[in-house]
Design a protein around this ligand. Sequence first.
Ligand SMILES: Nc1ncnc2c1ncn2[C@@H]1O[C@H](COP(=O)(O)OP(=O)(O)O)[C@@H](O)[C@H]1O
Ligand SMILES: [Mg+2]
Length: 226
Amino acid sequence: MAQLIKTIDLNKRFSLPNGDSLHVLKNINMVIDEGKLTILRGRSGSGKTTLMNILAALDFATSGDVIFDNMNISKMSERKRCLLRREKIGFIFQSVALIPTMNAYENVEYMLRLAGIKKHRKELVTEALRMVGLGARMYHMPQELSGGEQQRVATARAIVHKPKIVFADEPTAELDTNTAIQIMKIFKNLTDKEGITIVMATHDVGIMELGHRVYELEDGGFIERE
Ligand SMILES: Nc1ncnc2c1ncn2[C@@H]1O[C@H](COP(=O)(O)OP(=O)(O)O)[C@@H](O)[C@H]1O
Ligand SMILES: [Mg+2]
């Protein structure tokens, strides 16, 4: 199976104002398989967001390497890292943050404008909204959509430019259980039917079984489970 990302002995320390340092990630070695759903679980403060930010080239590790699509992004220039994020990565956050004055279609299209993609916008937006099951609600305003539907629009926005990988940071944390399950089914569909790679952080134990691989963070390292 193809590995899209591999980390080698990642460490992350934050320097605190009082001079101490906080060792948040300790020798993290992990692989993310292409076209699969990888779940990163751990309680609040365990380092999930820190790790995802490093994997997604938003932040640097203190030591260690991230190999992304056969490139060592730890040693790349910021300009190249920026291009990589724009072209190959999609992001979904806990707070959906759709633009309230734009309908679903326009919210998704806006992402293409930001990415500077001019060709086939209509086809791309329509396809992305269909993939998340919102083909019939393309012209609804955010306030006319349920919380789960809004998160589906945010998902369409994250996949519209056909990234290699989508990072979803606690995308179900603000949703009720049934709606969260619905979002998880959409993620499963995106990996299994569309071949999209998804890395999702969650503190929820209940949805772990859906992951192709589950990494559980505790005290800065992974708990082994088989
Ligand atoms: N920029 C920062 N400076 C100092 N400490 C940070 C910073 N970002 C995160 N932390 C600390 O690192 C730990 C992990 O945080 P985070 O990755 O956000 O955890 P999670 O996403 O699992 O809730 C926490 O103790 C947090 O306070
Ligand atoms: Mg977090």
